[in-house]
Design a protein around this ligand. Structure first.
Ligand SMILES: NC(=O)c1ccc[n+]([C@@H]2O[C@H](COP(=O)([O-])OP(=O)(O)OC[C@H]3O[C@@H](n4cnc5c(N)ncnc54)[C@H](OP(=O)(O)O)[C@@H]3O)[C@@H](O)[C@H]2O)c1
Length: 268
């Protein structure tokens, strides 16, 4: 199997690197194409894939074509690759908001997978949700899932509504966690901790809580009840969060991203 990644930005290189490190593909079966000369000079120095600048040298031989350019470049990319594609090829797109129907129309191809990754993919801890068009066979979908999972975990969803929904949860989600971390770091600074100590306190607390949760089979609410005793410090904090309806605010934030993903999809 040969994979071509179009767009050597954050996401494109993350997937190219993930596939290479996983040893699923030999390095010469991973091709990366970008249109910036400056970027290509850098790519030529990277040993784990073949860098390409000429479409006709790489598009025809690819079994899977990953599209990792910004959504506003989608139309020009599909127009450029069209003369060199064939109906058996599978398009895998990580472009936010570009629907399967739009990609089928722009590319003239039937087999399209729409995926939504998130930032921790860069360190192999990502979550990529994905959905495949009806023309993608279950074996082909499994092959794509294996490739997506080289950057962390993947989740196959049943329709594109869940891609927009997962944008609101996992796609944009790392920023919500950073927001929460920043707020706790600000509180630590106000309490007199140095920036370094505040960062250590907050980072280890997040890492520890997530690990504790992952290693257990109880819910976040059950963990809260375990850690908060009546009249104690944690209960005071949880009461403050609940009184201020922070749960509703977080839900609203997730829906804001979900709705924006739908809007972006309607623009394509
Ligand atoms: N970053 C994330 O966390 C994240 C999460 C979910 C989804 N996504 C999606 O991932 C996609 C890529 O995001 P990114 O952050 O990796 O973007 P990026 O860093 O801007 O990378 C895109 C790359 O593609 C190149 N490019 C543009 N047009 C091209 C063409 N016609 N042929 C070949 N290469 C071309 C760009 O070159 P120029 O710079 O010269 O234009 C750039 O190097 C986006 O659609 C985004 O919606 C990203």
């Amino acid at each position: 199997m040969k994979v071509l990644v179009i767009g050597a930005g954050n996401m494109g290189l993350t997937y190219a690197e993930g596939m290479s490190k996983s040893k699923l593909l030999n390095n010469n079966n991973i091709m990366v194409l970008d249109n910036s000369e400056e970027k290509l000079k850098e790519l030529d120095e990277i040993p784990y894939f073949d860098a390409h600048r000429d479409l006709k040298e790489c598009v025809p031989s690819a079994d899977i074509i990953f599209i990792a350019v910004k959504p506003f470049h989608a139309e020009s990319v599909f127009e450029n690759i069209k003369p060199y594609t064939n109906k058996e090829q599978i398009i895998v797109s990580v472009m936010a908001g570009v629907t399967i129907a739009a990609m089928q129309k722009m590319s003239g191809l039937d087999k399209v997978v729409r995926a939504m990754p998130n930032l921790p993919a860069q360190i192999g801890k990502g979550l990529t949700s994905f959905v495949a068009s009806a023309e993608v066979s279950s074996d082909e979908a499994s092959a794509v899932e294996t490739l997506l999972s080289t950057t962390g975990k993947s989740l196959k969803v049943s329709n594109e509504n869940f891609i927009d929904a997962s944008t609101g949860i996992s796609g944009s989600g790392p920023a919500y966690v950073f927001f929460f971390m920043e707020s706790m770091m600000k509180a630590a600074a106000e309490m007199g901790f140095s920036k370094e100590d505040g960062t250590t306190l907050v980072t280890q607390t997040f890492a520890g809580a997530v690990e504790l949760f992952s290693q257990s089979d109880i819910t976040p609410r059950e963990w809260m009840d375990r850690v908060a005793s009546k009249g104690g410090t944690t209960r005071a904090a949880l009461n403050s969060l609940e009184d201020n309806k922070v749960d509703v605010l977080i839900r609203d934030a997730a829906y804001a991203a979900f709705n924006r993903a739908i809007e972006l999809g309607e623009e394509h």
